[in-house]
Ligand binder design. Structure first.
Ligand SMILES: [Zn+2]
Length: 383
């Protein structure tokens, strides 16, 4: 009898241990960094955010910034993705630059995973997948983690009961978790919370390097009618932004321009636009995952961007005529092509508007070809 009990107890413990190992391996896998392709011969240097805020040294958010210095003095652009780590179009635009760009005049800086901590977890109870994969023509596979919009609590915890930082945004009540949102705390605090430190590193990087303009990439749910396929610009960046948007529209990529709200405290276009000399812009593409009416958040929804719910809402006229929700959805190659195109047109527009600071980029894939053939065609093989 005693032996039977012992066997039963050991069996229960073994089953519990097995469940822990299986569940734990998913968490462990999510902690592993993405392998990026860095074989582009036009990369001239790699900086780290800790070069601009030493407090980040040894932390998950000591992120790489890739430098494309043409050797020809001119304008300086900072293009980055991964502020919100489930808004994958922005990250894959930065990857496209990293893998293909060549700077012909001036300097381009590219950051892929702005809030790297965000990639290490997904939002609890949301049932979201943690990575997306692309099968390349040579038989190899590229994998990219998908996270959530906030810093992981294992890297920054607990949230304060109240926070009023230099962003001007008062964090209290149900907004307290936003202390872990990279796009609510600009220009940051040098020795503050990890997210504030990351913001401050970006702020100091812009000032130290004399960055002329930035593009912070995002994605929004279709019900965000003032944001989808929209370039949001600080008032100082209106000539730059409007020229770029116009050229995208001419290239058959419809989008619109929106002014940064005067009280959009802590967002990059306001917090960095007010506190640095950089012309600050932010682009949002359409990703059904980011809204409140999506279906199950599996890999297909992230990649294909097809949502029957959103299509029905659009057909019912709920989104006006700002953009279409076509039957083929908003696939990742189309969203990435939008980010890539607005980034490129911002560079072209800056070059035209500020001829004393030339900046030119080449080597990027054709946007319409990217949409037609998919990212499997443009992503580089890791061999
Ligand atoms: Zn966002």
């Amino acid at each position: 009898m005693k032996n039977n009990q012992l066997i039963r107890n050991v069996a229960v413990l073994l089953v519990a241990a097995l469940i822990c190992v299986v569940a734990g391996s998913a968490f462990w896998e999510q902690q592993q960094p993405d392998v990026l392709y860095t074989g582009n011969p036009n990369i001239t240097g790699v900086l780290k955010l800790s070069d601009y805020n030493a407090n980040l040294k040894g932390t998950i958010n000591d992120v790489d910034i890739y430098v494309f210095d043409s050797g020809v003095p001119g304008g300086k652009a900072f293009i980055y993705g991964g502020t919100h780590t489930n808004e994958v179009g922005s990250m894959l635009n930065a990857v496209t630059y990293l893998e293909n760009a060549k700077c012909e005049a001036g300097t381009i800086y590219v950051m892929v995973h702005a809030n790297n901590s965000g990639y290490t977890h997904t939002q609890p109870l949301r049932g979201q997948i943690g990575k997306m994969t692309f099968d390349l023509p040579d038989g190899t596979v590229r994998e990219f983690h998908v996270g959530t919009r906030l810093t992981n609590p294992i890297h920054q915890w607990p949230d304060p009961n109240y926070r009023f930082n230099p962003s001007g945004r008062e964090l209290k009540h149900d907004e307290l978790a936003e202390i872990r949102n990279l796009n609510r705390n600009h220009p940051g605090v040098q020795d503050g919370y990890l997210t504030e430190q990351t913001c401050w590193a970006i702020y100091n990087f812009i000032n130290t390097e004399g960055i002329d303009f930035i593009l912070d990439g995002h994605e929004a749910g279709a019900e965000s009618t003032t944001l989808v396929n929209t370039l949001v610009v600080h008032e100082n960046a209106v000539p730059l932004g409007s020229t770029a948007v116009m050229n995208c529209v001419i290239n058959n990529l419809p989008m619109r321009l929106e002014f940064s709200g005067q009280t959009s405290y802590g967002l990059s276009h306001r917090g960095l636009g007010d506190n640095t000399n950089a012309l600050c812009t932010l682009f949002e593409s359409c990703n059904p995952v980011m809204g409140g009416y999506h279906e199950k958040i599996d890999e297909a929804l992230f990649k294909d961007g097809i949502s029957g719910n959103y299509r029905a809402m659009w057909e019912a006229g709920l989104f006006g005529n700002n953009y279409e929700i076509p039957e083929e959805g908003w696939p990742i190659e189309k969203r990435t092509a939008y980010h890539m195109s607005i980034s490129k047109e911002l560079i072209n527009a800056f070059d035209t508007l500020y001829p004393d600071k030339p900046i030119k980029v080449s080597g990027l894939p054709d946007a319409n070809e990217m949409i037609e053939k998919g990212l499997e065609y443009t992503l580089k093989s890791l061999g």
